[in-house]
Design a protein around this ligand. Sequence first.
Ligand code: 5GP
Length: 185
Amino acid sequence: MQTGRLIVITGPSGVGKGTLVRSLLSRHPELNLSVSATTRDPRVGEVEGKDYYFLSRDRFCEAIANGQFLEWAEYAGNYYGTPRALVEEKIALGQQILLEIEIVGAKQIYITFPKALRIFILPPSLEELERRLRDRGTDSEAAILKRLERAKTEIDTGKEFDVLVINDDFEQAIRDLEATIFAKP
Ligand code: 5GP
């Protein structure tokens, strides 16, 4: 049986980590995505248990108190967290688990799961990040400004991670991720 592994992909909102992760998952069926819990409302088309586990604030806080998250963070007014038991079970079964999470939570993984590979995705520039957030069309103007403000300080923290990948040319970013994830030890 192959050895299980935790791979964390993080970076500022709008940097394209969701698209990169979806592409990696479709190209490499041996990679599995961990489904997070959140207190935010589902967006149109999002499915419970597939995109997120949608929890009330009370239920989320109860799970924090019971140590049920491998990491969690408040992001743009909502809570997000990685269910610990699901990840640990899958890794024990030898699976390679991907987390696609924001940066505060990704930093916690250094303590809760030190063996994880932690990858930070950078935008080519702040201007490009703003353009991508607007093109996505999923957030209000206030939410976009909040996400951009946060991104400015986040980009600096990239140096704390194991690997930096710039998402400028998409195919090149995928090749860089593959080279890191599938590197021979
Ligand atoms: P969205 O609301 O756009 O789905 O996600 C907002 C941010 O929360 C994204 O940067 C996403 O990567 C992050 N996120 C999703 N799930 C988790 C999680 O389990 N933990 C943390 N820390 N961040 C998460």
